[in-house]
Write a protein that binds this ligand. Structure first.
Ligand code: DGL
Length: 258
């Protein structure tokens, strides 16, 4: 059986993580799973997401994945502790980049954009409690962001209007560091930066995507586990989705193979 790194998300969002992983591990084999028939996860119950994560994990293990990246903040917050308790494989999860944001803010205000599920999860609340004691955190759901990315509508006037509605409250609260707490949101980074600059041209605003840190963490865990950085049999990439795969194929080709 071909050994692989498994990566999953509710849709194409996890490709923003896959892109960074491939930069550090170009000769590995991968399986990417988009659970788009069940997307978005953001408003679903914890039990529902745990059940989806279990099913995807079983599929990945049957196909020979040796380590699994939960490339979704919402699924990490809801399900990673259950997955770790139930399956004999290492899981790498997402963590909102509150620590670097809190360390670099000049205004003392950090903005967090994430899904409803992430913002209410104890995993997120613990991270916030741990790293944000001396700063103010302003939070907002990225309302409609996942839908924009799933339909490939990431720039232009309608995408900007949607992004502005959720970003503006954070900027108005004084945020100079914006943490992207959902793996779909990095697809909108140019739009986010454009709006931030238009609204607050004098403020230096830093938008943080945690994917490079997750890729480095994956490398460390693979070294600890003795998983080889190169696929021994020659590398390949499998794409799977639970629904229509056209956006996955298109986004994969433009983002990962470009
Ligand atoms: N990309 C996911 C996340 O990081 C899920 C978004 C969604 O399906 O609502 O939170």
């Amino acid at each position: 059986m071909h050994s692989m790194i498994g990566i999953f998300d509710s849709g194409v969002g996890g490709l923003s993580v896959f892109r960074e992983i491939r930069k550090v591990l170009p000769e590995q084999s991968y399986m990417y799973y988009s659970d788009n028939a069940h997307c978005p996860y953001g408003e679903k119950s914890r039990e529902y997401i745990i059940e989806r994560a279990r099913e995807i994990t079983r599929f990945m293990l049957e196909k020979g994945c040796e380590i699994i990246v939960v490339a979704c903040n919402t699924a990490t917050a809801a399900a990673i502790s259950t997955l770790r308790a139930e399956f004999p494989v290492k899981f790498i999860g997402m963590e909102p980049a509150i620590k670097p944001a809190a360390q670099s803010t000049q205004t003392g205000v950090v903005g967090v954009l994430a899904t409803a599920g992430t913002l209410k999860a104890s995993k997120y609340l613990d991270t916030r409690e741990k790293w944000a004691q001396n700063v103010t955190i302003a939070e907002h759901i990225g309302q409609g962001f996942v839908e924009l990315v799933e339909t490939g509508n990431i720039s232009g006037p309608s995408a900007e209007a949607t992004v502005r509605a959720s970003l503006l409250p954070l900027l108005e609260a004084g945020a100079d560091n914006i943490v992207l707490g959902c793996t779909h949101y990095p697809f909108l980074i140019s739009t986010i930066e454009k709006i931030a600059h238009e609204e607050f041209p004098q403020r230096s605003i830093n938008v943080i995507d945690p994917a490079p840190a997750v890729a480095r963490h994956l490398l460390e865990v693979m070294a600890e586990e003795g998983i080889c950085e190169k696929a021994s049999e020659g590398y390949n990439i499998e794409l799977h989705s639970s629904g229509d795969s056209s956006n996955l194929q298109r986004t994969f080709h433009s983002l990962i193979l470009k």
